[in-house]
Write a protein that binds this ligand. Structure first.
Ligand SMILES: [Zn+2]
Length: 224
């Protein structure tokens, strides 16, 4: 009886998350390589939507290349998962359709180790799609930080720039192939224009800039 319990594989979900440039892909590859050294049967997937990498390859910002199956959606990924796979890794999981969360749970329930990497916030600093659900259902969450491009602090957000200027709150979240760039920023340096509820037309004071002088006291208040 005890033997049977010991033989039963325990599945789990791990999410590696954080902003862009936080090293999520490098960490995913490290964990996958570790499992391969332990002779576990591993399958790695990525979304075919992701254009940064060549087909069938994961390319990190540091130039490390690792092979993965590029799939269009969760259904295509599920069809490719072999019954004897021990570990399923999913790169850029936020680009998948929402059923990927349930697939991760089903795999973990049947004893598979699931390791995913993905953004937790969009460029506006808002929770990214279904990622809050995946983070809540995971056994382990590793939140990695990049370095803020402006001030050098730990960065938890992704700054989107269009023609070198901060993107608007209302710009679509995914614009594959558009003329845009991204950089890591901390909370204080992260900029989003036209954010609902922000004072219209009032620019944010840049970090480190001098505070405007206080208004002069009213004459009457000095003599009360
Ligand atoms: Zn900063």
């Amino acid at each position: 009886m005890t033997r049977r319990v010991a033989d039963k594989r325990t599945g789990s979900i791990t999410v590696i998350t954080g902003s862009m440039f936080a090293g999520k892909t490098e960490e995913l590859i490290r964990l996958v390589r570790r499992a391969m050294h332990a002779r576990r049967r591993v399958q790695v997937f990525k979304s075919a939507l992701e254009t940064r990498a060549e087909t069938e390859l994961i390319r990190t910002h540091d130039g490390i290349v690792f092979s993965a199956a590029a799939v269009r959606d969760t259904a295509e990924m599920e069809a490719l998962i072999e019954p004897d796979t021990d570990l399923v890794a999913v790169e850029e999981v936020q680009f998948f359709d929402e059923p990927v969360v349930d697939l991760c749970c089903r795999l973990a329930d049947r004893g598979v180790t699931v390791i995913t990497a993905g953004l937790d916030q969009d460029f506006r600093g808002m929770p990214f799609g279904f990622m809050p659900r995946l983070l809540a259902l995971a056994e382990d969450v590793y939140k990695l930080h990049a370095i803020c491009k402006k001030c050098g602090a730990d960065a938890s957000r992704t700054q989107r720039l269009i023609d070198g200027r901060p993107a608007s709150y209302h710009d679509p979240i995914i614009l594959i192939g558009a003329e845009e760039s991204y950089e890591a920023r901390c909370r204080a340096c992260h900029e989003v224009t036209n954010r609902p509820g922000a004072p219209a037309g009032k620019p944010r004071r840049p970090r480190g800039a001098a505070k405007p002088p206080p208004p002069p006291p009213q004459i009457g208040s000095l003599f009360e």
